[in-house]
Unconditional design. Sequence first.
Length: 317
Amino acid sequence: MTMQPCPEPRSLRRDITERLVASMRAGTTPWQKPWSVGQSPMSVHPFNPVTGTRYSGINRLTLSLASFKDNRWLTLKQIESRGLSLYPGSVPERIVFCFGGGTLEEKRRKDESHDGGFGYKWHEVYNGSDIVDLDVVIPPFVSEPADFDVSLNVIAVLAASGANLIHGGDRACYRPSPDTIHLPWRRNFHSATDYSSTALHELAHWSGHPSRLDRNLSGRFGSDAYAIEELHAEIASAFLVAELGLGMTQHQIDAHASYLNSWCRVLERDERAVQIVASGAQRITDYLLSFAPRRLELPGKPSEPHSTQYRQRAAKT
């Protein structure tokens, strides 16, 4: 895999930010579209079938915004080495990697302070749908439809997390001070999917408590800190509902429309925000999936049980 030096990493973030904001305002981000259970546009995780790499963080967000149905991504070298070719007009996506010592959090902090010690490289990948006869050489990943109520996955995660859930009332929220998640009764939701997705969104907020992932949860509605945290929870819950096999209803999408302008404003003001949000959402996803007690069929490298696989990944970040 040949990687190119990236002398201006901030231009890459600017490009991703512009695409993300445009998609959010147009209502075309993967998590702003309704889908049925097991048919999420993000349910098939983007991955490289040659290396087995499952793309995460800002790279997963970038490839999801590309809106391809095929989840396979290959470099030109990988394509040509297998005797394959591209359809005319195929356009690659850029995948960003950072290198140097330290954890991802330390790298993020250095980047924000313009400190040295690490850098960025990028390489281009092409989607499987742009590659002629790829299916003959590398069959597509097909997830077997669930033969059970997938909302049970969410119930299992909620129970294993140890979060203090209080049911009743007419609004869903996480309250940091008492460290409690408040949800209406399940029967008050339009569907089990609505309940499960809402619970995951609030569980994403719950993960930010100082005793867990320790994020800034002090922002008031309309502030930049509030918008960043809402984006963390929104994208993380989109990753989670996809990984756990849930659907997304139009009702859920409409419920978040009032937040849209404040989310877009904070992304436009600071191009670093998209990287902070994407890496934070991935960390939340890994942390919460560590509570999933069952194996999920995923593309890429053979997965370990979530209790091992995701706790290891969350610890590294």
